[in-house]
Write a new protein. Structure first.
Length: 89
């Protein structure tokens, strides 16, 4: 039986919402104690998660034939910036 490929945009939105919600909650729990360093740690962890997700989404988009221009537009950067950041190294 063939597996149905899930929509990468839906996966990205779901993961980003979960990561953002969890990071926000962790930060707010700590901020009640006036521990702003914990908020910064939560933000760094969330950013790392988003970076992994972005790399995976870009890889899938490239496999599906998307151009660097389309990827750059989706990310809000130029095609050159997208290719420099996410292109093969």
């Amino acid at each position: 039986m063939a597996t149905k490929r899930q929509d990468p945009a839906l996966i990205a939105r779901t993961v980003a919402l979960n990561v953002g919600r969890d990071a926000y909650q962790a930060a707010m729990d700590r901020l009640d104690n006036r521990e702003c360093v914990y908020a910064l740690e939560a933000l760094a962890a969330a950013q790392a998660g988003v970076d992994v997700l972005a790399r995976q989404a870009v890889a899938l988009a490239r496999q599906d034939g998307e151009t660097w221009e389309a990827i750059g537009t989706a990310l809000g950067v130029s095609k050159q910036a997208a290719q420099q950041r996410y292109g093969r190294r």
